[in-house]
Design a protein around this ligand. Structure first.
Ligand code: HEM
Length: 291
């Protein structure tokens, strides 16, 4: 990532530019049947949320195509004082299936500057991995972080009170989705997404439904390049309400570490190999940005 985006001391290796907000989550009554996690016990759960632009470039314009996919990282502050995280983004599925392939994708990007001869290393990599162009074709620039849908991409396993296990993928659904045409996105002020959210929250909360797409027998949990079929059942796990900007977002985000594998009893990692690769990379990025 540092080879592609440059090393920017003090910033995240990816999703360097972001904004921190707060709110709460209230589970639906169906959620507790799927998972015994404290998250779903029906009590209001305070959340800290960071929305972000892709890339490790701290001053990337929010409307740049490279700022896609946009990220949403959620820290749920559970009633027992522990935390569980969800780190999701606006890709409907991931470009590659393994950590090795993701490293090779990044190296190919780093070896493909604007003046590189054609076909570039990235074009060659993409030609051999059709899920790369397919995944990037699923994203667009929203007109607000609140008007975007975000996907968990990696599968997790819910365990309920009876010990029954069910693989799921998260979907965070806004009240409405609004994307800009690429030409309009490019004309927006450089911080339009970061600035819009705190302004919007002064007028009222932003609401999302946290949904779980339910895997059927035979659906692969270990390949995040393959979305499950659209006819799979999607269950409403509850409502996430974001109602407050934090005044000192730039300070607060430094000490925040969101980890896909920071889970709580009732939610487990699936066999998707990306989850552990991510855990390692996020922890390393955190330790480098907080030396
Ligand atoms: C092997 C695959 C991946 C690698 C190596 C990777 C790596 C990273 C790294 C190093 C960071 C910076 C972490 C920090 O400093 O706190 C990051 C942030 C982030 N990543 Fe990933 N990532 C991967 C896949 C994904 C996937 C599948 C998603 C979403 C579905 C995702 C969403 C995010 C988001 C939203 C952030 C920003 C978190 C924040 O606001 O603190 N990443 N990623």
């Amino acid at each position: 990532m540092n080879k592609v985006f440059g090393a920017h001391p003090g910033f995240r290796a990816n999703h360097a530019k972001g904004v921190v907000v707060e709110g709460s989550f209230k589970a639906s009554s169906e959620a507790a049947g799927l998972s015994r996690a404290l998250l779903f016990n029906g009590s209001p759960i305070p959340v800290t949320v960071r929305f972000s632009d892709s890339t490790g470039i701290p001053n990337i314009p929010d409307g740049s195509a490279d700022a896609n996919p946009h990220g949403m990282a959620i820290k749920f502050h559970l009633p027992d004082g522990s935390e569980t995280d969800m780190v999701i983004n606006s890709l409907k599925f991931f470009p590659v299936a393994t950590g090795e392939d993701f490293r090779d994708l990044l190296l190919a990007l780093a070896a493909s500057p604007p003046d590189a001869s054609k076909p570039t290393k990235f074009e060659q990599f993409a030609a051999g991995h059709p899920s790369v162009p397919a995944a990037f074709a699923t994203v667009g620039t929203p007109d607000s972080f609140a008007n975007e849908e975000y996907y968990g991409v990696n599968a997790f396993v819910f365990v309920n009170k009876s010990g029954e296990r069910q693989a799921v993928r998260y979907q965070m659904m806004p009240e409405r989705v609004a994307h800009l045409a690429a030409a309009d996105a490019a004309k927006q002020p450089p911080n339009f997404l970061m600035d819009e959210l705190p302004e919007r929250l002064k007028r009222g909360p932003a609401m999302f439904h946290l949904m779980a797409q339910i895997a059927a027998a035979g659906d692969s949990t270990k390949d995040p390049t393959i979305p499950w079929p659209n006819d799979r059942k999607v269950m409403d796990l509850g409502v996430l309400t974001i109602d407050k900007a934090v005044p000192n977002s730039a300070e607060v985000e430094k000490k925040l570490l969101f980890m896909p594998g920071q889970l709580t009893d009732g939610i487990e990692e699936s066999d998707d190999p990306l989850i552990d690769v991510r855990n390692g990379a996020y922890a390393l990025s955190f330790s480098r940005r907080n030396p």
